[in-house]
Design a protein around this ligand. Structure first.
Ligand SMILES: Nc1ncnc2c1ncn2[C@@H]1O[C@H](COP(=O)(O)OP(=O)(O)OP(=O)(O)O)[C@@H](O)[C@H]1O
Length: 311
């Protein structure tokens, strides 16, 4: 197949689905966001991570047009979200949602579906949120996890192009979480743009195309889960030998080394394979070799609290 010479690659041509340019947000004395610039590409699943108070929910409320920036520009699908443009193609699952307690699950989803021009069927939304078995239960009688799933159904029933999920899995049990991520995967495969916040880093690691780490209202890191992991020492190598600290530190690629009184060494390195090859090459006898990979959690801790990993 021959591609047209005039066809620009899609990923460079497509404007960001969500864009923050130089955005600041102040609440009185609190600077919740400080000069934040961020573009979310269409069809991408982005996880927004950061410790409590980092500014994640504030960023989402600006993207939803629920608050206005103190400075800077927010665009969603090319328009100003505060002007209400695009409201019918945006779905949102807030951290806390107030759903009329007397409505049944099916009634609440039906009511919401009527607000949108091209909604999903109510049954599809119930299915996606794994709510069929409690469809006739009143919202006020749902468990915490079921109430989160109802909030998810309400977020997706409008058939959104862009979906914001603020700590979606908080309160869900393991089975609900699995079903939830399966549904999110399906929505992503359909080409929807999804931005979520989570404190469950292993979920972000498995699901996200891109991870954005914030702290104190600013952006600390932005990349694939893999690229963030590689920003910290990618692995931890442990073994027992007669090597002393200075000899361990002299091995190639060692970022940090510790050794206890029994000769048990713990080394952090970006290149565990090269380190082990060099160790073998020295001819020194070693035993009890263990190699473990840095997790996104290691990267997150190292980015948001640089001293945390030095201990
Ligand atoms: N309406 C408000 N009035 C005053 N301060 C606010 C308001 N909303 C947020 N803040 C402050 O702005 C900062 C960022 O809060 P935000 O809720 O965006 O953080 P977050 O990253 O979502 O945190 P969490 O992980 O705890 O949900 C915090 O210091 C918070 O106390």
């Amino acid at each position: 197949m021959t591609a047209s010479l005039h066809t620009a690659p899609l990923h460079t041509a497509a404007p960001p689905a969500v864009e923050l340019v130089g955005v600041s947000k102040r609440f009185g004395a609190v600077q919740a966001l400080h000069d934040l610039t961020l573009g979310i590409r269409a069809g991408e699943l982005t996880a927004l991570l950061g410790p409590n108070g980092a500014g994640k929910t504030t960023a989402i409320s600006l993207m939803l047009g629920l608050a206005r920036p103190t400075a800077g520009v927010v665009r969603v699908l090319g328009g100003n979200p505060a002007a209400g443009s695009g409201r019918t193609v945006i779905g949102s699952m807030p951290q806390e949602s107030a759903i009329p307690q007397a409505l049944t699950v099916r009634e609440a989803v039906t009511l919401f579906s009527r607000l949108y021009p091209a909604p999903l069927s109510v049954d599809t939304a119930l299915e996606l949120a794994d709510l069929h078995s409690v469809a006739s239960r009143r919202a006020g009688a749902l468990s915490g996890g079921q109430a989160r799933r109802l909030a998810f159904a309400l977020a997706v029933v409008g058939n959104p192009q862009v979906l914001f999920l603020d700590e979606p899995t908080t309160g869900m049990d393991a089975g609900s979480r699995l079903a939830f991520w399966h549904a999110v995967d399906g929505l992503k495969r359909e080409g929807r743009t999804i931005l979520l916040t989570t404190h469950y880093l292993e979920e972000a690691e498995r699901t996200a195309d891109r991870v954005v780490v914030m702290n104190r209202g600013t952006l600390l890191a932005d990349g694939t889960p893999e690229s963030l992991r590689s920003q910290v020492s990618a692995g931890r190598v442990r073994f027992t030998s007669d090597l002393v600290l200075a000899e361990l530190q002299a091995l190639p690629g060692v970022d940090s080394a510790e050794v206890d009184g029994a000769g048990r060494a713990t080394l952090r390195t970006r290149e565990p394979e090269a380190l082990i090859a060099a160790l073998v090459h020295t001819g020194v006898r070693f035993r009890e070799l263990e190699v473990s990979r840095a997790s996104l959690e290691d990267a997150f801790l190292s980015l948001t609290a640089p001293d945390a990993l030095k201990a």
